[in-house]
Design a protein around this ligand. Structure first.
Ligand code: PNS
Length: 162
């Protein structure tokens, strides 16, 4: 069984991402959660830190592998022998960006399909960007992220003098 790839920045991982991981695992049986090494996005967490939080979370999810990649997603998917990319959709506002990305990826790699999974309504408003802002301003993010992530956010906030 070839795995499906769930790529993203995961900066940081939220309950919304975990919801998509569970749903994708239920459909595909094997899932590679792939952290994009995207320094141009100026991430708060390094790739090793994001891998650490995902491995902690995926430890309880048999069938999930955590990995990172740099360069083109389609090349990574090809190397992994995957033919399905999984992306979560929260709201209509995600659609245009996701639609562009899926069609571009399919144009440069015709074998690759993108499958969109709707997050639970309870997570549809969650964004890594908002969670980072709340945490770095000293707010409580425990409703949005697992404890391991909340602790890493808190440590990062303290290191920045909050
Ligand atoms: O969580 P994000 O930031 O929305 O994830 C975006 C991601 C990492 C999936 C996307 O930026 C990506 O695939 N980057 C790898 C480089 C690439 O293949 N770019 C062309 C996309 S059309």
């Amino acid at each position: 069984m070839t795995p499906a790839i769930y790529p993203g920045s995961f900066d940081p991982v939220t309950y919304g991402h975990i919801d998509v991981m569970r749903r994708a695992l239920g459909i595909f049986g094997r899932l590679v959660v792939a952290v994009a090494d995207n320094p141009e996005k100026d991430p708060l967490f390094t790739v090793p830190e994001r891998l650490q939080m995902l491995r902690d979370i995926a430890g309880g999810m048999p069938g999930v592998e955590v990995d990172s990649f740099s360069g083109l997603l389609v090349e990574y998917a090809r190397r992994r022998g995957a033919s399905v990319i999984v992306r979560g959709l929260r709201a209509l506002s995600d659609f245009e960006y996701e639609f562009q990305m899926a069609l571009t990826n399919r144009k440069i790699c015709g074998d690759l399909e993108t499958v969109f999974l709707m997050t639970s309504e309870g997570y549809s408003y969650l964004s890594s960007r908002a969670i980072k802002e709340i945490a770095l301003l000293g707010g409580d993010v425990s409703a949005f992220v697992p404890t391991v992530v909340a602790e890493m956010l808190s440590a990062r906030g303290q290191a920045r003098g909050r």
